[in-house]
Design a protein around this ligand. Sequence first.
Ligand code: SF4
Length: 636
Amino acid sequence: MLYGFRRAPTAIAGLAAISMIIGLSIIAPILWGEAANRLDIFHAYQGASRDHLLGTDELGRDVLLRILVATRISIALSIAATAFAAFIGIPLGAVTATFPPRGRAAVLRVIDTMLAMPGILIAIFITAIVGPSAIGASVSVGIASSFAFARVTSSLALSIGGREYIAAARVVGVSGSRLLLRHVLPNIAEPLVLITAVNISNSIVDVSSLSFLGLGVQPPGFDWGRLLVQGVQAIYINPLAAIGPAAAISATALAFGFSGEALARAMNPLVRDGADKGRATKQIRPRVAPASGKEALAGANPDQAGSLALAVRDLTVTFSGPKGPIQVVAGVSFDLREGETLGIVGESGSGKTMTVLAIARLVPYPGIVGGSIKLNGDDLDKLPEARLTRVLGTGMAVVFQDPMSSLNPALKLGTQLTEAAEIHRHLGHQQANETAVSRLYEVGMPKPQRQMGRHSHELSGGMRQRVMIAMGLMNEPSLLIADEPTTALDVTIQSQIIALLDEINAVHRTAIILISHNLALVGQLCRRVLVMYAGRVVEDLTLEQLLTGPLHPYTRALLGAVPGVGLARPVRLADIPGQPPDLSSPPAGCAYHPRCPLAIGRCHHERPPLLQRPSGQRVACWVANQDMIAPERARN
Ligand code: SF4
C-alpha cells in the first residue's frame, strides 16, 4: 500500500499535511480551546504581533488560536458531508447501472440535471429547508455532492460492464448483487477513492461557504467559514484575520486532493504489487506435446461421440439499425455431442462470435436472440431464471480472447477460481480451494498453491489463459467455448494452449467449440468444422472432409488462404477477393455471390438452402448441391 505513496512526492507532502491537520483537530481544542474564546475587548482588531501572530478579532480574541481550534469542526463537518455523499451516491450509481437501458437513461437524466446546477446552490436550497445549523450544512453539502458520486459510479460500472471477466462471471452464474460487490466495485475503487478525497476538499470549501453565508455553524460555535466572514468584515484593519482561515481552507483542500490521488494509486493492485517493475514470469513447460498437423488430422472420429451436449436450432441474433433490423446470425442449427470438438471459422463479421455469445446468453443489448438452444437436454429459453443460472454455471464455460481482460484485475486468482464452485456446487471454502489448486495443476500452472494468492497482472499471457481454462473446468462443464483463445498469444504459447484444450477434451470428454479465423489452428484441435459466412452456416464438415475436399467455394477460398493447409498447397497464398457483405443490406440470393468465381444465374436471386449430403456433410451452395436439387426454372 505504501508503494503508491512512495512514488508520489506530492502525496507524501499531502499525507504529512493531513496528519498534521488531524493531529491539530485533536489537540487544538484541548490545548487552546479556552484561550481561543478569551475576550479582551481592549485589544480588539489588533494587527500581527508577538503575542498574536495573526492579530485579534472584534472581541480581542486571538485569530490564530481560533483558526487552530476551528480545525476540528471544519474537518469533521467536511468528512461527514463526504461520507454522507458517498453513502447515498455510490449505491445509487451502482444500482442505476443495473437498470434496464430505458430506466437507467431516465435516472441518469435526473442526475445530470442536478449536476448541471452548482452544488453550493443546491446546498443553500436544502439548508433553507432544514434550517441553518452545523449538521444541516453538512447534510446539505452531502446531498448536493451525492449526485457526482452517483454519476461517476454509474459511468464506471457501465464502462466495465462489457469486460470479459464480467461476462465470464455472468456465465458461471454470479448473481447481480454479488457481481456488483465483488467484480464491479473493486475495479472502480481507485477512481472512487480519488473522487472521495477530492470531495473532502470541496466539502471543506462548501461547508465553510455555508458558514460564511450564515447558514452553517452558528455562534458561539465557529469554523473556518465563520472565521473567514469575521476576517473579511475587518479586512482593511487586519487582513491577516481573513487570510488565515482562507489559507487553512486552501491548504487542507490541497492536502486531501494530493493524498487521494496517491491513495487511489496505492489501492491499484498493478501499482501496489509493483507490477511496473517489470517482474519476470517463468515460461512453463507444456504438459503434453503440441499436436502437430498430421497427428491432429488423425484425431478422434466424430462418429464415436456420445450423448448430445448442445443442440442449436434456427438461432438468430438481430440488432436494430438505421435502415431496419440487421440479422447478424441467421438460422444457425447444429448439434454437438459429448466429447466432440467443433471449430467455427469464417472472416470477421461472419457471425461466429455472436453465435457463441447467443449460446452463452451474452449477446449485448439491444441484440435480440431467436431460435432454441438446448444444453444437456435443457431448453435454455424455458428454464426459470434460477435454474438457468445453475445450468449455465455448471454446464458451460467460456474462455475469451484476451486473457488480460478476462480475469478480474482486482481479485486474487484463488477468489476468482473458487467463486463458481462455491455458488453452484456449494463447496466449502477449503474444498473449493483444493479443487482450484488441482485444476491449476491440471492446466500446467507451476506451484499452483502459490498462484492462488496472485493477481492476473503477475502472470504472462499464456499463464493467464491457462488460469481461464482452469476456471472453466472448476464445475466440470460438459461444454467449453473458446472464443479465439490464442489470438493475443505468441505462436509457441498458441500451440501449448491448443494442446491443453486437446488434453482436456481427451481426459474429461468435454465438448469444445473453438472459434477462430485460423483454419490451421482449428485443424490441430477440432474433428468437425462449421464454416460461417454473413451470419449463416455455409458448410458443416468433418476435418477429414475439409482436408480432402470441401465443397463450398468459400471454404475452399479460406483453405487456400492458410499456409500449409489444403489440397493444392499453393506457392502463393490466395486471398479472397472483395469484402464480406454489409449485413444492413446483404446481397440478394447467395450472400457470397459477389465474390464467388462459380456463381451461376440463380445465385444472384435465390438463397441456397443448407442441404445434408449422403456423406453427412452439409453445404449451402447451388453448384455444390446441383446433383441433389431441381434445376432452376426460367424466370419470367
Ligand atoms: S451458391 Fe453460387 S454464389 Fe453461392 S457459393 Fe455456391 S456457387 Fe457461389
